[in-house]
Design a protein. Structure first.
Length: 122
């Protein structure tokens, strides 16, 4: 690479970095919310960070676990959620049955096609 090509590459990378920062600005750090036992990473410690081929983050050779994203329910909460799901399914089946009955009655009255034979009108 020539000097001008290297300079053009650096300028392009600087522009791309500026665009990235405009799209996702740097976060304001409020250390007053940090637990007492937490301190910032020193420059000499940054070589402890790593990433694997799948993009998983590692600190000092151990995977970094993101907490707070997983939903763990107690047995009681799981039971209630299951009951709500079952009753919602029953309600949906009831709604479908009612809708089919209303459609059948209406279709028979106005002479539209129906899945089941309509009763004879008096």
């Amino acid at each position: 690479m020539t000097m001008s090509e290297e300079q053009a590459t650096r300028e392009r990378e600087a522009r791309e970095r500026e665009e990235e920062l405009r799209a996702v600005p740097l976060q304001k750090i409020d250390k007053s919310k940090w637990p007492r036992a937490v301190r910032p990473i020193a420059i000499d410690e940054t070589n402890g960070l790593g990433i694997d081929g799948d993009g998983r983050l590692y600190w000092n050779g151990r995977p970094v676990e993101i907490i707070g994203r997983r939903l763990d329910l107690t047995k009681t909460q799981t039971g209630i959620a299951l009951a709500v799901a079952i009753f919602t399914g029953i309600a949906a089946l009831g709604t479908v049955a009612q809708a089919w009955t209303v459609y059948h009655d209406w279709a028979c009255r106005i002479g539209w096609p129906s899945l089941v034979t309509c009763p004879k009108q008096k």
